[in-house]
Write a protein that binds this ligand. Structure first.
Ligand code: SF4
Ligand code: SF4
Length: 321
């Protein structure tokens, strides 16, 4: 298969307001970046961990590539909109410094649109010109990007904190990162192999075993670690004991139980009714707390997410404006 990125895919992403950076990276304005600038509301990661929504860049170094095809994912997947490409045939990678400069330029372009916005808070607008945080979580699997450790180091050297979200399919890459993110997320969206294969639809062999290897590895990280479970009604909210076994293995600093949101391309695969309510998520979190000894620390009803931990309060990463 010719693996140049298909033009209709680029067009679909452009319509969804993705800003492409170099050959394979991208930035997209987060809804909470907008909310923080125009209404003073902020995302649950600001509430839980102190990072500032209006100083956050939401990006991916692997826009078109992933080892899973999760039903709930908002990214465009091979086959969506009748567009075909090989999601695990990797490109020639751009250098980390080029990606860093590119995401700053993309974020500056996004911010320009708020200069004359009647509701934009002038102080927040000024602060937003100096991003402080990068959420490496937009779409795609970031550990596929070969020099990921170097990218994390580059961003840290520029004074940014990083939250890295991985599907855990590449334990060897995570083990050899060289530079840790500020906080590491491993998406764990199934309690057992059968549900995993049905909901996360891996495209590489032994993905469940690889995820389990990553979970074993998690304890060796110095940074706070998070097991994040995106919960889809009727699909992956049963077998709480299965989740508890995975958590026991990984001993993460936090668990984030979070509702699937019917956004982006996920609407092509799942109905609106698959979004659990906040109460559903909270009830799930209470069952998980019972099964693991973790306790509920915080919640955000807007994002339908519940935070669990063995700590009494989360580690907060506040930075000066
Ligand atoms: S941390 Fe995530 S939710 Fe919060 S502003 Fe950044 S991208 Fe958006
Ligand atoms: S692992 Fe992440 S990027 Fe890949 S399909 Fe699943 S949710 Fe989407």
């Amino acid at each position: 298969m010719d693996n140049s990125v298909p033009a209709p895919l680029l067009e679909a992403l452009r319509k969804q307001k993705y800003h492409r950076v170099g050959a394979h990276s991208g930035v997209k304005r987060c809804k909470w970046f907008y909310e923080a600038l125009t209404s003073g509301r902020s995302c649950y990661k600001q509430k839980f961990y102190g990072i500032k929504s209006h100083q956050c860049i939401q990006m991916s170094p692997a826009l078109f590539y992933c080892t899973q095809q999760c039903l709930f994912c908002w990214r465009a997947q091979n086959g969506d909109l009748q567009i075909a490409w090989d999601e695990v045939k990797l490109p020639k990678w751009d250098p980390p410094e080029d990606i860093a400069q590119g995401i700053f330029r993309a974020q500056a372009r996004i911010l320009t649109g708020y200069k004359a916005h009647p509701k934009a808070d002038p102080q927040k607008f000024r602060e937003a010109q100096r991003p402080k945080h990068v959420a490496i979580s937009l779409t795609g699997e970031p550990t596929l990007y070969e020099p990921l450790g170097e990218l994390l180091r580059t961003l840290r050297s520029k004074g940014l904190t990083t939250f890295l979200v991985s599907n855990g399919n590449l334990p060897k890459k995570l083990a050899a990162l060289g530079e840790e993110p500020t906080q590491l997320y491993i998406s764990t969206c199934a309690p057992n192999k059968e549900v995993f294969n049905r909901v996360c639809r891996p495209q590489v062999a032994d993905a469940w075993e690889r995820l389990n290897e990553t979970l074993e590895l998690l304890r060796s990280f110095r940074c706070p670690t998070v097991i994040r479970s995106t919960l889809v009604r009727d699909l992956n909210m049963g077998d709480v004991d299965g989740y508890a076994k995975l958590i026991e293995k990984a001993q993460p600093t936090y668990i984030e139980a979070k509702a699937y949101m019917h956004v982006g391309f996920s609407g092509l695969r799942l109905g609106f009714d698959k979004m659990p309510s906040h109460k559903d998520v909270y009830d799930f979190a209470l069952r998980l707390a019972d099964a693991t000894g973790y306790k509920v620390l915080d919640e955000s009803t807007d994002s339908r997410v519940v935070l669990l931990s063995k700590r009494d309060e989360p580690v907060r990463f506040s930075s000066s404006p």
